[in-house]
Structure formats: C-alpha cells, structure tokens
Design a protein around this ligand. Structure first.
Ligand code: ATP
Ligand code: MG
Length: 423
C-alpha cells in the first residue's frame, strides 16, 4: 500500500517550483534593497509563546494550532505564524543592543489546522518582514511601499492595499465597549461563533465572513471615529506619506486582524480572485508585543504574505529553467565512458551538459537531446574517439561540423557566445 501525504500539506513539484523560487528571490531582492536582513527561527516553539502573543481568544490559538507534548512533557506547537518566533529570538539574543533599528525578514512554512480549500492549507508558507524600534509613521508608510513594490516586482497587479487603524491601549478599550454595546443590540442576528466570542473579542465580529453577521454590523461604530489624538495623528501621517509617494491604497475601517497584538496601523493586500481567501498579505503595528513577551519597550511593525496565494495569483509563467548547453550522444561502451569524462570536465567549468545513462539507441538519445532543448549535440562513437574529433550539431540552425575534442570547452564557449542572441 502506498503512503499518501497529509491532508492540507502540499508538495511543491518541479513544474511549480520555479514560480516559488521567483517569488522568493523577488522578495529577497526587494526586502534587501530596503535594508532588511533574513532571520531564520525554528518551526517549533513553546506553546505559551503563541498563546501570549497571538491571544487566547483568537482563531489561531483556539482551534488552529498543531500542539503536542514532547517526551519531556513540554507543550510545543508548530509555528502558526512568524512574528512571535522572530520577536522571541530578537529578545532572547538582545538584537536591540546591536542596533536601535532592526529590519528583519523571514521565509518558511507555517502550520494551522484549518479546513483545507483553495488558498487555505494546513502547511503553508509565508514571507514576512518586521521593523523593530521605530515609532515614526514614516516607517509604516515605508513598509507599505515595500509591500506594494514587492507585488509590482512579482508581476501581481490584481490586488488592492487596504489600511486601517486599530487604535492603542488608550483608545481601543473605549471603542471596544461601544462596539460591545452595539453588538448586544443585535445578538440574535449574529452567528454562533460571534455570539460566543463577542465579549471576549468584539472586533473579530467585524471580520466574520458569515453574511448575516456582515449585514447585522453594517452600522457598527467605526474604529476610525474613535481614535485618540495620538493614534489619529499617526494614521494621518501614514496616509500623507502614502499620498506624497503616490502609493495607491483604500481605507477599510472594518478591517480587524485575527491576532491580538496589533495596534494603530493595520493593512491587507486584498484580491477578488481567490474567493473567500481574499487576503494575500496582511500585517500591522504591534507596539506592545515585545514588552509583553518580556523584552524592552520597543515598537514594531510588519506583515506576512502567503506564498501559496501569491503563486495562485501569479498566472504568467516565469522564465523557464536553463536548457543544457550540450548533450553528448555516445555509441558504444568506450564512447560512453568518454562522454562521461567530457561531461564531468565541462560541468566543472560550469557548462550545462547531459548524457544518456539508460543505454538508449543513438536515435533515442538524439530525441532526448531535442526534448531537453539542448543547444548543441556532440555525437561520439569509436571512430570519433580514434580521430579525437566529432560532429557537433547546432540544434538551432540544424547544421553540424567536425570539432576537436581536446579544446571542446573553449570551442563551446565561443559558439555559445556567438549564438547567444535570441532568435
Ligand atoms: P485569513 O483571513 O485568510 O484566514 P489570516 O488573517 O488568518 O488570513 P494572517 O495570519 O494574517 O492570515 O497571515 C498572513 C497571510 O498568510 C494571509 O494573508 C495568507 O496569504 C496567508 N495564510 C494565512 N493562513 C493561511 C492558510 N491556512 N493557508 C494558506 N495561506 C495562509
Ligand atoms: Mg486565518
């Protein structure tokens, strides 16, 4: 019996991997341009880290974590997101002592026990970035500009940047209370989930996807009308930096995030092309998080983009993989050995070379060379070995001439350069 993979956890197959590599290398390139450096943290952390940072009443902690007890009795969880582990590492290694401003990015698998569907999986991948240590609203704008830049560089233009502010510990409690009062007047119209959690986490009700909850909360008070002066000034300043740089965005006062640690600016990159999975990237400011995890009182802002959703939106195919420069077709044992030696020495010099390993006929070797898209084919048999030269066929022009085997690398280099112009 064959063993299958785990539901909601996908293989990324060779014919898909190029899109992934393209998205990853584009993110690295753009993020590094903006001064971010990569940080790599484990995929498993103490469960407590996520409970304390993401919040006990969030979907992630309530029902989506892969939590297990290890052989020493510790409760561990596969990371459902990247910010908490990065902050844990930042605090543990006192990165703030090295530089007052830290710009970090990460990339890797995350795990959430969700109902698998298009764009929603149990193992998925995020590329994320965090800036720690800057209160200035211009950094919020810069993070947003970088996100927009990344999407443009990735060739994904079916998205809209939406922003909101969730206030801070000064103004959010007042808004929250107002929202609770509003929700209490409409409890009967809310779904079971929302009725259960509206007291613990009223903002989440605004984010509920159930149509009844949407309708019932159309007239809900807007968080933007209840920001304190500090949060309002901050939001105005973020917007004015976005306006000044002509960064397109929309304000969405109903956007709340599914993690408790967010304050002030929050944002999402939203698409209409992925059904209910409409957020491709999401993030915000988390000014109290580092302190609440036992670190210094430093503010932070960051986002994560889901690679699976990015890949689904990336409809144009990326540059195909490089083709072999040369296929050496060999006839007979002696020629097979020589083909292997020639190939080995050319590979050492960074030519892309293929030979046949399956003992195929000359005809089928040539067919394979064609299928692989080899630029040149060298055909060797006993006679060719004896005279130390062989026909080299240019597959693009379908012409061939006799070339010496001793200086093959030099000759190949010249021919590839001569012929590098696109057809
Ligand atoms: P959603 O509302 O779709 O559940 P979320 O608010 O839970 O998203 P975040 O925790 O903010 O998402 O994660 C940021 C990004 O990670 C999302 O915008 C999405 O692209 C991706 N993501 C989150 N959960 C999944 C998942 N289960 N499968 C695939 N991608 C995901
Ligand atoms: Mg979610």
């Amino acid at each position: 019996m064959t063993i299958s993979g785990i539901k909601g956890m996908n293989d990324i197959l060779p014919n898909e991997v190029q899109t992934w590599q393209f998205l990853e290398s584009t993110a690295r390139r753009i993020f590094e341009t903006y001064g971010f450096t990569e940080i790599r943290v484990p995929v498993v952390e103490k469960t407590e880290l996520f409970c304390r940072s993401i919040g006990e009443t969030t979907d992630i902690v309530e029902k989506e974590m892969y939590t297990f007890t290890d052989k020493s009795g510790n409760s561990l969880s596969l990371r459902p997101e990247g910010t908490a582990p990065v902050m844990r590492s930042f605090i543990e290694h006192k990165l703030y002592t090295l530089d007052p401003v830290n710009k970090l990015y990460y990339l890797g698998p995350m795990f959430r026990y969700e109902r698998p569907q298009k764009g929603r999986y149990r193992q998925f991948h995020q590329i994320g970035a965090e800036v720690i240590g800057v209160d200035d609203p211009r950094i919020d704008a810069q993070v947003l500009i970088m996100l927009v830049h990344f999407f443009a560089a990735a060739g994904i233009d079916t998205v809209e940047l939406q922003i909101n502010s969730l206030g801070c510990k000064e103004c959010r409690p007042g808004y929250r209370q107002m929202l609770v009062t509003f929700l209490e007047s409409r409890l009967n119209a809310l779904c079971d989930d929302c009725r259960r959690r509206y007291l613990a986490n009223p903002l989440r009700v605004l984010d509920c996807k159930v149509p009844g909850c949407r309708e019932a909360t159309v007239a809900a008070p807007s968080v933007l009308d209840h920001l304190c002066a500090g949060c309002n000034d901050h939001f105005v300043a973020v917007r004015s930096s976005l306006d000044a740089t002509k960064t397109p965005y929309a304000i969405n006062p109903r956007m709340v995030r599914g993690l408790d640690y967010y304050t002030k600016t929050t944002f999402e990159m939203v698409t209409e092309n992925l059904g209910a999975q409409n957020a491709v990237a999401a993030g915000g400011r988390y000014d109290g998080l580092i302190k609440s995890l036992g670190g210094p009182s430093l503010s932070g802002i960051g986002f994560a983009a889901g690679l699976e959703r990015l890949a689904l939106l990336k409809t144009s195919s990326p540059v195909p993989p490089p083709r072999p420069d040369l296929f050496i077709a060999a006839l007979g044992d002696a020629a097979g050995k020589e083909a292997f030696l020639l190939m080995s020495s050319l590979l050492q010099r960074n030519f892309r070379v293929e030979i046949d390993f399956l003992g195929k006929s000359l005809k089928s070797q040539l067919r394979r060379a064609d299928k692989l898209g080899a630029r040149f084919v060298l055909i060797i048999g006993e006679d060719e070995l004896a005279r130390n030269s062989a026909p080299l066929r240019d597959m693009r022009t379908a012409t061939q001439d006799e070339v010496g085997l001793t200086d093959l690398a030099q000759l190949l280099m010249e021919r590839l350069q001569q012929n590098s112009a696109p057809i």
